[in-house]
Ligand binder design. Structure first.
Ligand code: NOJ
Length: 895
């Protein structure tokens, strides 16, 4: 199908990006030493005041007497160093996403005074093996791990802070000179100076793009800084882009852009912005040390990356906001990512059912249609946990309402689904139809909850319902209001079986530049340009709070969002928006998910089958086979796509899709445990190879294979009629998950199988499973657990089991099972570190790769010993047990 593409800005069309890039280019390329802006900023040493965890300070340009920045630098015991600088007496306040919304206050324990040393010209923080050093003149901040320099902020002195200034003519130019000592005052001059390739992009007080003019009454306000990662071979992160996992050098191309936008059918292999933004980057070095940067800024941001002989250099340029960032250093990329993920988390532990399979399309047309689809899964013996309703289920796109003709009696519909063990998800978008009879519109107008246009009136734009306005989710009182709409009394005919989907929340505005809100719109005191990238996150936060309140905080919410920002992991899942039914989108889903997981958001997925267009049966099957290993696993399709329920493609395809989805369900105990660890330790659920094997060079840029946890390695089949899949297996033992045969480490070429994609189990793993196929995760609740044990070269293996009631928050007060499982010296032990009453049995233990078949096995429960049955089947030892539950300790000795 022909998809009409919307146009998005390229960096040459962004004046603040050009100004800062110009500074960088002239500095780095032609004037390495001695240029005025080479040492542009310094800290006033007499301004330093000791505060808990660090210092407060003022700073300014080294060439001017005027000091115009103030702020503080604080180190926390989690190892992160936090810098915040803002203008002194600014003409306008600068937006700062509230630390309470983004940051996890419980990990922000400040460093003690004795670890902080202040002298005339520097400050040092030292804790564990981590050290940060701030030098005052020039302003430079360095991070060390075990005394090795890993990262420096303002390393090449690209710091730039365009302070707000009054609009005037000559005065204005003088003012600008203070910040731009090289007298580049606006991008128009770049053309006059003959700088190659730049287009006329207007001046700093207004900017044209296509037919739109961005009036900038507040003038230029960009902030920029550079970070150098020493000895780094690669840098990763800054999702969301449809690009390779390892970030590329942008010297010859475009910087990576972070600007949430409805970039449907996005181009692949591109640095363009799409729906979400997480300004976090992490480095890998062969020496195993790693650093991270979290640039806490929610305005449009461009990031340049340059490979230098001994480092990776990055230049971060944001349109507005304060200059706020965190530095991290550690002994591995994984430790840096964990610290970041907990800092902006903790991630939500989802209700178990949403880790199952989701069936969606735009749209299931009627109540009968929806129930038929749900029944179709039953009759075809395919497990399913959640069915979805897109925008057409509402009364004229008024969210929180139902189209009564197509969906009469939605409550009974949800009850029927609930009996089948299924949840319903309905879509709730942020654009509010300006219909005088619509309660959300009435409330929002009456209380002034809408985002305002630049004249201070409710902004009006076009989205699905026609003329609409948008709630200002950046304001706490608006979020409070929004969350009240999920109450059963207001969202009529919703039940506790219903979860929520927040779409179009970049926000998407059809008749506005780049399909999003005009930058001059107002959120109270702030222009939209400042808050832009947080809009979707704040909406999801409000919806999450709504579901929480609805159940008096008893049940875990589930909210899927398209737009996201740093910290989104607290509120639910994300998906990668409008992909297409093409092999290349299947292929790119992996690096996209991995980058998003590095950005702290592990609960991610892509539309299985591809949103636009129609997949061939082969593509659809391959997509299910890989999708079964996406953290968020949902089939979805565009309104004009052919129907594609799994049974519409013939028996063969059905059989394979059924097998793929069942494989997902068998592994739900493993996934659930990984989500628990993700919540508690910040460890990503899906992991790029370099996270588990940072020392292995070959793993550094692998992004077509990945790990689920540390035990399962997955490689998709992403080409039509593909015959072989290349997979790299790091040193150690590996077993084919399907044949259970041992596979040698190193570069392997797998012959493609029709029925599955390559999945390998790492030797040394213990994987909890539930073996009985059922129709939903809820039907599996009482089922016994089994353990699949793959042995390493020392005849050992480790794993764990996490289990709880799957839906409430009681786990937070200790109601859960956590068991450490170890096989060492021919003894398998199951040790509870926390327990609750759960009656599930353990029925089967399967062991592959043990160096010898035992003669006898002795089960020991509380000192009661007895021999147990076991046999050998398809390369594995199978122990059948029936009388132990997961809430007791036991051992099995192999004689
Ligand atoms: C855009 C979303 O990305 C897509 O998933 C959805 O089906 C349509 N909006 C309609 O709501």
């Amino acid at each position: 199908m022909a998809i009409k593409k919307r146009l998005f800005k390229i960096f040459e069309e962004s004046s603040f990006c050009l100004r800062n890039r110009y500074l960088a280019k002239n500095h780095i390329l032609s004037k390495p030493q001695g240029l005025r802006f080479d040492i542009n900023y310094k800290i006033q040493s007499d301004s330093i005041i000791r505060i808990p965890g660090g210092i407060s300070l003022t700073a300014g340009s080294v060439f001017e007497t005027e000091v115009f920045l103030k702020g503080n630098i604080i180190m926390y015991k989690n190892g992160a160093l936090h810098t915040y600088l803002d203008e002194i007496n600014p003409l306008f306040p600068r937006f700062r996403p509230s630390p309470n919304d983004i940051l996890n206050q419980s990990v922000l324990e400040k460093l003690e005074d004795e670890n902080i040393h202040i002298t005339e010209d520097m400050v040092t923080w030292e804790f564990d093996h981590i050290k940060y050093k701030l030098t005052f003149n020039p302003l430079r901040l360095e991070g060390f791990y075990k005394d090795e320099l890993i990262i420096a902020a303002n390393s090449k002195s690209l710091m730039n802070f365009e302070k707000y200034r009054p609009k005037g003519d000559e005065n204005n130019i003088n003012e600008v000179d203070v910040n731009f000592p090289i007298k580049i005052i606006d991008a128009t001059q770049l053309i006059e100076e003959g700088e190659g390739g730049y287009k006329n992009i207007g001046n700093i007080w207004s900017e044209e793009y296509l037919d739109y003019i961005d009036e900038k009454p507040r003038g230029p306000s960009s902030v920029a800084l550079d970070f150098e990662f020493f000895n780094a071979s690669h840098v990763y992160g800054i999702p969301e882009h449809a690009d390779s996992l390892a970030l590329n050098d942008t010297k010859e191309g475009s910087p990576y852009r972070l600007f949430n936008c409805d970039n449907f059918s996005y181009k692949l292999g591109d640095t363009a912005a799409i729906y979400g933004a997480v300004p976090f980057m992490v480095s890998r070095s062969p020496a195993l040390k790693s650093a991270g940067v979290f640039w806490l800024n929610s305005s449009e941001t461009w990031i340049d990356i340059e490979t230098l002989p001994q480092s990776k250099h990055s230049h971060w340029i944001s349109e507005a906001g304060a200059l706020e960032f965190f530095l991290f250093v550690g002994n591995s990329p994984l430790s840096v990512i964990e610290t970041y993920t907990l800092l902006t988390g903790p991630a939500q532990l989802p209700p178990l059912s949403v880790l199952g399979y989701h069936q969606c399309r735009w749209n299931y047309n009627t109540r009968e249609d929806l129930l038929e689809v749900s029944n179709g899964f039953l009759t075809n013996s395919i497990p399913l946990d959640v069915v979805w309703l897109d925008i057409e289920h509402t009364d004229k796109k008024k969210y929180f309402t139902w189209d009564d003709e197509k969906f009469p009696d939605p409550t009974s519909m949800q009850e029927i689904l609930a009996k089948q063990g299924r949840n319903l998800v309905t879509i709730v978008d942020p654009h509010i139809k300006r219909d005088p009879d619509y309660f959300v519109h009435q409330d929002s107008e009456n209380h002034n909850y809408y985002v305002a246009n630049n004249e201070g009136n409710s902004f009006e734009g076009v989205c699905w319902p026609g003329i609409s306005s948008w709630l200002d989710f950046t304001r706490p009182e608006v979020r409070e209001y929004w969350s009240s709409n999920f109450d059963y009394s207001k969202y009529q005919n919703s039940t506790n079986n219903l979860y929520i989907w927040n779409d179009m929340n970049e926000p998407s505005v059809f008749n506005s530049p780049e399909g999003t809100m005009p930058r001059g719109n107002l959120h109270g005191n702030y222009e939209h340009r400042e808050v832009h990238n947080t809009y979707g996150m704040y909406m999801q936060q409000a919806s999450y709070q709504g579901l929480l309140k609805r159940s008096q905080k008893k049940e875990r919410p589930f909210v899927l969002t398209r737009s996201f920002f740093a910290g989104t992991q607290k509120y639910g899942a994300i998906w990668t928006g409008d992909n297409a039914a093409e092999w290349s989108y299947l292929e790119y889903s992996v690096p996209m998910h991995l980058a998003i997981a590095i950005g702290g958001i592990s609960f991610c997925g892509s539309d299985v089958g591809g949103f636009f267009g129609d997949p061939t049966p082969e593509l659809l099957v391959r997509w299910y086979q890989l999708g079964a290993y996406y953290p968020f696993f949902r089939g979805h399709a565009h309104i004009e796509s052919e129907r594609r329920e799994p049974w519409l493609f013939g028996e063969e395809a059905l059989r394979k899709i059924r097998a793929a989805i069942r494989e997902r369900y068998a592994l739900l105990p493993y996934w659930y445990g990984l989500f628990y660890i993700y919540r508690t330790c910040g460890t990503p659920v899906i992991r790029p190879m370099f996270l588990e094997y940072p020392e292995i060079e070959e793993c550094a840029s692998l992004d077509r294979q990945y790990l689920v946890g540390s035990s399962l390695l997955v490689a998709g089949i992403t080409k039509e009629l593909q015959e072989h899949v290349d997979v790299f297996l790091p040193q150690g033992r590996w077993f084919d998950y399907h044949t259970l045969l041992e596979i040698n480490a190193g570069q392997q070429s797998f012959q493609v199988q029709e029925d599955w994609i390559p999945v390998l189990i790492k030797g040394g793993s213990i994987i909890p499973r539930k073996n009985t196929p059922r129709m939903s995760s809820k039907e599996m609740l009482a089922d016994p657990y089994s353990f699949l044990i793959a042995i390493d070269s020392n005849d050992s293996a480790q794993g764990f089991l996490y289990a709880d009631d799957t839906i409430s928050h009681n786990y937070m007060s200790g109601e859960y099972i956590l068991a450490d499982i170890q096989l060492n010296d021919f003894k398998l032990s199951y040790n509870l570190t926390n327990t609750m009453e759960l009656e599930n049995n353990i029925d089967e233990i399967m062991i592959i790769g043990l160096s010898r078949i035992p003669n006898e096995m002795i089960l020991d429960i509380k000192g009661q010993k007895k021999p147990i049955d076991f046999g050998v089947r398809n390369n594995m030892i199978v122990i059948n047990i029936s009388d132990i539950t997961i809430s007791q300790n036991w051992t099995i000795e192999f004689k």
